[in-house]
Design a protein around this ligand. Structure first.
Ligand code: AMP
Ligand code: GLY
Length: 427
């Protein structure tokens, strides 16, 4: 099979790495890719948002299957575009991608199909918002409706803070049209976790639960980032809890897809909060998570091509996914200054290691420069360790980190700390 991966981050490198291991793959491209991806696939200089050029490339190169990493092309309708032209592609249609592209749409879907989530209100404009806010006195979470690269959400401690953020979104338009509608919701307490699943619209096959670390600094302090690390499986999701999630979230989700006649042949990401009253959905993403993919795909023992093939042909009910009975942990190495401004073009030392089963370095913001590989983004590398326990996965990952360096490199030293207490034992 000829396969095209769309995107250029660590998630896409993890996809490419898993696909490259399949004997069924004849040719593998990635658009636009990065320096690490270039070692395993042919990089094509087309940006992920250039739907027309991606389609033309896939058609002309006789690509059999395309899979998209980032959300923006999915929300923009890349799937409809490809399928209208007779090309197979993994992902939800534009309508179904609104589950990520519009938070009010997602909340209405959850409400309609009884999927447990935080209580909420949709604010259509600033005037109405001023009145609506009078009902939200304590803590609340204010969210821009549209895509804002993960930045459009603020947990507000009181009404004044909520009012201020609402003003920033609706009057100052800090995230442009993404904030022209706003969702305000109840602030939930508990532990966050992610479950991603392959979905063909009728069957949903979950991957191991994972947890990412969104904050820049140790102890989950500092500003939000695209993710500073992750691990899987997340022990917070016990078998009993998994069963509850299956019943209260996955089943109504599939019912909703069927009732709305959504063509959903792709990946669904459930961002969950495990509260005292049970699991609640914080958000849907209509794609793989980054850096969650870098810890989940290394645990997959099945051939990823077989699974994606079953997604496209709606045969997931016949697939038995196999997972390694191991754990994986990923540490992200970032450029100093990220998520604010940072310098690029720093030479990365220590990348030329022998490949190992228990250690892999996924590239995110990297670029080839003559014989060197240099930094070209905020998140530069994701070092994933795999082991028989989370603790050993962590040891592997940090062993890998210790051999890599670049000017003003930053990373968290406590990835996995919620699941690996100081004593080193889980739970
Ligand atoms: P979202 O993009 O909706 O997942 O929100 C981003 C982050 O904001 C989540 O990962 C949570 O950490 C936090 N968050 C979102 N909604 C809530 C909520 N209702 N209660 C508490 N925290 C939330
Ligand atoms: N790690 C969160 C996301 O991919 O949206």
């Amino acid at each position: 099979m000829k396969i095209l991966v769309v995107g250029s981050g660590g998630r896409e490198h993890a996809l490419v790495h898993a696909l490259a291991a399949s004997p069924r793959v004849e040719r593998l491209w990635c658009a636009p890719g990065n320096a690490g991806i270039a070692q395993e696939a042919e990089c094509v200089a087309i940006q992920a948002d250039n739907l027309r050029a991606l389609f033309a490339f896939a058609r002309d190169s006789k690509v059999d299957l395309t899979i998209v990493g980032p959300e923006a092309p999915l929300v923009d309708g890349i799937v409809d575009h490809f399928r209208a032209g007779g090309l197979a592609i993994i992902g939800p249609t534009r309508t179904a991608a609104r589950l990520e592209g519009s938070k009010s749409f997602a909340k209405e879907f959850m409400h309609k199909y009884g999927i447990p989530t935080a209580r909420y209100d949709v604010i259509p404009n600033l005037q109405k918002g001023a009145y609506q806010l009078t009902h939200w006195t304590g803590q609340s979470v204010v969210k821009a409706d549209g895509l804002a690269a993960g930045k459009g959400v603020k947990v507000c401690q009181n009404q004044a803070e909520a009012k201020d953020f609402l003003y920033q979104l609706m009057e100052k338009e800090i995230y442009g049209s993404a904030g022209s509608t706003v969702v305000i919701e109840e602030c939930l307490e508990g532990e966050e976790t992610t479950i991603m699943a392959f979905c063909d619209g009728q069957t949903l096959l979950p991957m191991p639960a994972s947890q990412d670390h969104k904050r820049l600094l140790e102890g989950d302090a500092g500003p939000n980032t695209g993710g500073m690390g992750a691990y899987a499986p997340a022990p917070v999701v016990t078998p009993e809890l998994h069963e509850q999630i299956e019943k209260t979230i996955f089943q109504p989700f599939l019912k909703g897809l069927a009732a709305e006649r959504f063509d959903y042949r792709g990946i669904i990401y459930f961002g969950l909060m495990i509260t005292r009253d049970g699991p609640r959905v914080l958000e849907f993403n209509v794609r793989l998570g980054d850096p969650e993919t870098q810890v989940v795909l290394p645990l997959l023992d099945s051939d990823l091509v077989d699974v994606l093939d079953a997604v496209i042909h709606q045969k997931l009910s016949t697939v038995q996914l196999r997972w390694k009975k191991q754990s994986a942990l990923c540490v992200v190495l970032a450029s100093g200054g990220y998520p604010g401004s940072y310098e690029k073009g720093k030479i990365i030392q220590g990348l030329r290691q022998k490949p190992e089963r228990s250690l892999f370095v996924y590239h995110a913001g990297t670029q080839g420069q003559g014989p060197e590989i240099v930094t070209s983004g905020g998140r530069v590398l994701g070092v994933t360790g795999v082991g028989n326990s989370l603790e050993s996965a962590k040891d592997q990952a940090y062993r890998g980190v210790s051999t890599i360096s670049f000017d003003s490199m930053v990373y968290r030293k406590d990835i996995g700390y919620r699941a690996i207490p100081v004593s080193g034992r889980v739970g």
